[in-house]
Design a protein around this ligand. Structure first.
Ligand SMILES: [Mn+2]
Length: 195
């Protein structure tokens, strides 16, 4: 099949974001959001998913990372949705559970065309890499809305915030790798349509 590729860019009063994504890539990433921890997470996502990813963001980090992460996730989801096309032949559902030292996170994704986030984060510490933990809920919420995916993220246990979020991104990458894997030709829905 042809390579699945998507590109999306967006400029607002708060951020300027550009994303290019290839789903049938090698996991090579060039990411620059201005927030180092987010770059680290997005590099992991691309590597574990096997996606090629180019992403830049210039945002109002003098406020905090909230707008930047929200808008990066919106654009990433849009580019990803574009790359999926009509979703024909994909596995559709992907599940992964990944540890990072003492932390364990489970991610289940259904590329169903319906957006919904379930985010169980009781064990997350209030501050991770200098930002309130909730920037990551906003990130995942924005991603699954623009990608039109059903995403369940469960931080099962752990102490260190860096480790917990890292486990989530690795698990998300692996779950997306499995969900986007091409298994056949049919659109995987009894309704016959997912886009
Ligand atoms: Mn790390």
């Amino acid at each position: 099949m042809n390579e699945r590729f998507g590109a999306y860019s967006r400029e607002t009063g708060e951020t300027r974001v550009a994303v290019e994504i290839g789903l049938d890539g090698s996991g090579a990433a060039a990411v620059d959001t201005g927030y180092g921890f987010a770059d680290h997470m997005l590099n992991l996502l691309a590597f574990w998913a096997g996606f090629d990813l180019k992403l830049t963001c210039r945002g109002d980090l003098e406020v905090d990372a909230h707008h930047s992460l929200e808008d990066v996730a919106i654009c990433l989801g849009e580019a990803f949705r574009q790359a999926l096309g009509d979703r024909a032949g994909i596995a559709r559902v992907g599940l992964a559970k990944v540890p990072m030292d003492e932390a364990l996170c489970e991610v289940v994704v259904d590329l169903s065309g319906r957006a919904y986030l379930v985010y169980r984060e009781n064990v997350l510490p209030p501050v991770i890499a200098g930002e309130e933990k909730d920037v990551w809920r906003e990130f995942f919420k924005s991603f699954c809305h623009s990608a039109r995916a059903n995403l369940h993220i469960h931080y099962e246990y752990g102490q260190n915030g860096h480790h917990l979020v890292e486990a989530a991104f690795k698990a998300l990458g692996l779950a997306l790798r499995r969900a986007t894997a091409v298994e056949g030709a049919r659109v995987p829905s009894t309704k016959g349509s997912l886009d």
